[in-house]
Design a protein around this ligand. Structure first.
Ligand code: WTA
Length: 644
C-alpha cells in the first residue's frame, strides 16, 4: 500500500481523494486480497442513508490479516502478550501460529452450529484469545459483538438481546491489577435473561471455579482439541456486516454501530500505516520482509480503538501488536514504561486520562526507564490538554517523538483527523488536519458552512469515507436521525471544533448530552435511568464537569421521595445500583440531593444551569426567568457549595 511521507505528499493525496475519491480508494483497495473484484467503488446517499463501498466484491478480511502474510513473513510475531502479572512469561504468537489458532477456533464455532451472519458476543479479558475469537467470527462470516469486560450483567443482557446473539465467548475470569473479576459469573447472571444464547465457550484464564452448564457451556481448550487446523475462509460480500459495537448516545439505550467488511478493512490499514508511519525495517539480506516495528495500543478490545488499532489495522499491515492485560498502575505507576523497555516498543498509543493519572504519580516513574526504543506516540479518546501533551512529549518521548493526537469515533471506524507522524506538523493539543478521504467541514447552529480559517462550529463530514457507520443494528431510522438529520446531507459528529488561523483543527468536545469520562463515552440519560432504579429516587439529572484526571467527571442531581436519613448511605446505594445496571465506569463522582430541578414551563430540564453549577461557575448563570420556579436554583447553589 502506498503511503504518504511528506506534507506536500499529504496535500496532493488529500486533493486527489476529494477530486477523484473512487479512483483514490480503488487504488488502495487493489492492494488487498479479493475473492472477486468489486463492480462499483462507491454508491451513496446521506439523506436516505445508504453507503456502499466496493459493492459486488467478495473477500474475507482474515485472509488479508493472516493468509496473505504467510507467504512473506510467517514467522514474524503478530501478537505479543504482556500479562497482568509482570512475572508471567510473555507469549509471542507468529502470523503462522495465529492463522492456525484462528482456523481452529473458526472450526470450533462451526462445530457449535455457528453460521454466516450469526451474531456472536465476545466478553473477554485482554488476552490473545479475544483477538482469535474476533478473527474466527470474521473467518466464518459471523458478526462479532464485543462487550467491554468492565460492563455489568445488565449491560451484557441488553447488548446480547438487541442483536439476538446465539453464541457467547467468555472466560472464567480476568485479572486487573490485584483484582480478579469473575466474568463467567457475571455472564451466568446475564444468561438467565438471554434466551437466544444456546452455547457459551469459556476460556480458562484465572483458573477460578465456575459453573459449567451441561449442554450449553464448553471449555475453549477442550473444544480446540477436537478440530482441524485448517479452514477455508468464507466468502463474504464487501458490504456484509463485520461487527456491531454498542456505544452511548444522548438518548435511550446504547446503540449497535454497524461496520461492514471491505470499506472498514481498507481504511483500517490505510489510516494505521499513514498516521503511525508504520513501515517494516529493511530486510538484512534484501529478501522478504524486514522486522516489524513493535506497536502498542493500550486500549481494550471492547472499544473501537481496540478493534481498529489493536487487531485489524496492525494485522492488516503485518505489524507486531502488543496486547496488555493489566492496568497502568500495577504493580506500580511505572508499568507502561517498564513494558516499553521490556518489549522495545517503537510506537505507543494511549489515552490522555492515562497520561494525566501517571503524570500525577510523579516523574520518578518514567525516569527509571530508558524508553529509547520509542519513535512515535499517539493519543486518543478526548482532547489532550497542553500540560499532558508536554509531559508526554518530554518525559515519555524525551522530546524526540511526534505525538499523533488521533480524533475519531466508534461510528467512523478509523481516524478522521490526526497528525501523520514525522511530517513535522503537530501542534500541542490540536488534532491537526483531516486524513485523505475525510471531508471535514464546520457549520454553525443553523447548518451554515463556515468557510476559511479562524472559525469555530459543529464538526461534520460531507462525503462518505470507507469505514463510515452503515446503520445502527435493527434500527436504520435511528442511525439516520442521530447522525444524518441534524444537518441535512451531512454526517454530524456531535463534537464542536475550531479551525485555527493555520487550518489546524482543535476538537472542543461534545456539544450533545454525551459525557466523555476517562475517554469512555457515557450518555447522561443512561446514568439517569440507572439512578432512577433506586427505589427512593424520584428524578435525577446528570451532567459532565471538568475533572483533572478523567477529563470529565459525572455530577448527578437527585430528587428523593422523602427526606433521607443518611445521605452517604443513600449515595453508596445509588453507586451500587449504577454498578449493577451499567458498570463501575458510570459511577458519578458527585451526587447532590436536591428538592427540585431547574425546569422550563414545558418541563425541560435546563442542563446549562446544572452544568455551570457543577463547574462551580455560579456567579453567571444566565437568564433564569423562563424557569418554572427560579428559587430551586438558589437551593441547588447552596447544596453544591456544601459538596465542594
Ligand atoms: C472524543 C473513541 C478530542 C470525541 C475513538 C468523540 C476526541 C468521542 C479524540 C468518540 C481526540 C476521541 N481529541 N476528542 N483525539 N478522540 N474524542 O466513540 O468527543 O469512544 O466524539 O471513540 O471521543 O468516542 P468513541
Amino acid at each position: 500500500m502506498k503511503t504518504i511521507s511528506t506534507f506536500a505528499e499529504y496535500q496532493s493525496e488529500y486533493k486527489k481523494s476529494v477530486e477523484t475519491p473512487e479512483l483514490f480508494w480503488a487504488e488502495h483497495a487493489e492492494t488487498f486480497t479479493w475473492k472477486k473484484k468489486w463492480d462499483k467503488v462507491l454508491d451513496w446517499n446521506f439523506v436516505d442513508l445508504n453507503i456502499k463501498w466496493f459493492d459486488g466484491g467478495t473477500l474475507n478480511i482474515t485472509e488479508n490479516c493472516l493468509d496473505r502474510h504467510l507467504e512473506t513473513q510467517p514467522n514474524q510475531t503478530a501478537i505479543i502478550f504482556e500479562a497482568n502479572d509482570p512475572n508471567e512469561p510473555v507469549r509471542k504468537i507468529t502470523y503462522k501460529e495465529l492463522h492456525t489458532e484462528v482456523c481452529k477456533f473458526a472450526n470450533v464455532l462451526l462445530s457449535n452450529g455457528a453460521k454466516k451472519g450469526d451474531r456472536i458476543c465476545i466478553y473477554m479479558p485482554m488476552v490473545p484469545e479475544a483477538a482469535v475469537a474476533m478473527l474466527a467470527c470474521a473467518r466464518i462470516g459471523a458478526i462479532h459483538n464485543v462487550v467491554f469486560g468492565g460492563f455489568s450483567a445488565n449491560s451484557l443482557v441488553d447488548r446480547i438481546n438487541d442483536s439476538a446473539v446465539n453464541i457467547l465467548i467468555t472466560s472464567d475470569g480476568s485479572f486487573r491489577g490485584n483484582k480478579q473479576i469473575g466474568l463467567k459469573e457475571i455472564a451466568d447472571e446475564a444468561l438467565k435473561l438471554t434466551p437466544s444464547v444456546k452455547t457459551t465457550i469459556v476460556l480458562k484464564r484465572t483458573g477460578q471455579t465456575v459453573n459449567m452448564l451441561a449442554g450449553r457451556d464448553k471449555w475453549y481448550h477442550e473444544e480446540m482439541q477436537n478440530v482441524a487446523a485448517t479452514h477455508i475462509a468464507a466468502e463474504v460480500n464487501a458490504e456484509d456486516e463485520l461487527f456491531i459495537l454498542y456505544t452511548s448516545g444522548s438518548t435511550g439505550k446504547p446503540k449497535g454501530v454497524v461496520h461492514t467488511t471491505a470499506g472498514y478493512m481498507v481504511f483500517a490499514e490505510y489510516s494505521f500505516r499513514n498516521v503511525f508511519q508504520y513501515r517494516h525495517k529493511p530486510s538484512p539480506n534484501g529478501e522478504g520482509m524486514g522486522e516489524a516495528p513493535i506497536f502498542w495500543c493500550t486500549a481494550d478490545v471492547g472499544w473501537i480503538t481496540g478493534h481498529t488499532y489493536i487487531v485489524y489495522g496492525p494485522l492488516l499491515a503485518g505489524a507486531t501488536t502488543l496486547m496488555f492485560e493489566g492496568i497502568p498502575t500495577y504493580p506500580d505507576a511505572g508499568r507502561f514504561w517498564h513494558a516499553i523497555d521490556k518489549h522495545k516498543v517503537n510506537i505507543f498509543y494511549t489515552a490522555p486520562t492515562a497520561i494525566r493519572s501517571l503524570m500525577a504519580m510523579g516523574d520518578e516513574f518514567p525516569a527509571k526507564y530508558k524508553m529509547d526504543s520509542l519513535q512515535i506516540l499517539g493519543s486518543v479518546g478526548e482532547p489532550i490538554n497542553e500540560e499532558a501533551w508536554h509531559w508526554y512529549h518530554e518525559k515519555i518521548g524525551h522530546g524526540n517523538c511526534p505525538i499523533c493526537d488521533t480524533y475519531w469515533q466508534t461510528e467512523t471506524g478509523g481516524f478522521l483527523i490526526s497528525p501523520l507522524a514525522n511530517i513535522g506538523k503537530d501542534k500541542p493539543a490540536h488534532a491537526g488536519f483531516p486524513l485523505p478521504g475525510i471531508q471535514t467541514i464546520l457549520v454553525d447552529s443553523e447548518g451554515k458552512v463556515l468557510e476559511g480559517n479562524g472559525v469555530e462550529g459543529n464538526l461534520c463530514i460531507k462525503f462518505p469515507w470507507p469505514s463510515a457507520i452503515r446503520t445502527t443494528y435493527g434500527d436504520h431510522e435511528r442511525c439516520k436521525q442521530t447522525y444524518f438529520s441534524t444537518y441535512k446531507g451531512l454526517y454530524f459528529t456531535g463534537d464542536g471544533a475550531k479551525r485555527d488561523t493555520d487550518g489546524y483543527y482543535r476538537i472542543l468536545g461534545r456539544v450533545d448530552d454525551v459525557m466523555n469520562v476517562s475517554g469512555h463515552r457515557i450518555g447522561t440519560a443512561e446514568v439517569e435511568n440507572a439512578i432512577n432504579e433506586h427505589p427512593a429516587v424520584v428524578e435525577s439529572a446528570v451532567v459532565g464537569y471538568p475533572h483533572d484526571i478523567k477529563g470529565q467527571g459525572i455530577y448527578a442531581y437527585v430528587i428523593c421521595d422523602k427526606a433521607i436519613a443518611d445521605e452517604n448511605e443513600t449515595r453508596k446505594e445509588i453507586l451500587a445500583v449504577i454498578t449493577k445496571v451499567i458498570g463501575p465506569i458510570a459511577k458519578p463522582d458527585k451526587i447532590q440531593f436536591v428538592k427540585g430541578l431547574p425546569k422550563t414551563r414545558s418541563g425541560k430540564i435546563m442542563r446549562r444551569i446544572l452544568r455551570k453549577i457543577a463547574e462551580g461557575e455560579v456567579s453567571n448563570l444566565g437568564d433564569t426567568s423562563t424557569l418554572l420556579d427560579p428559587a430551586v436554583v438558589e437551593d441547588i447553589k447552596i447544596g453544591a457549595e456544601k459538596l465542594r
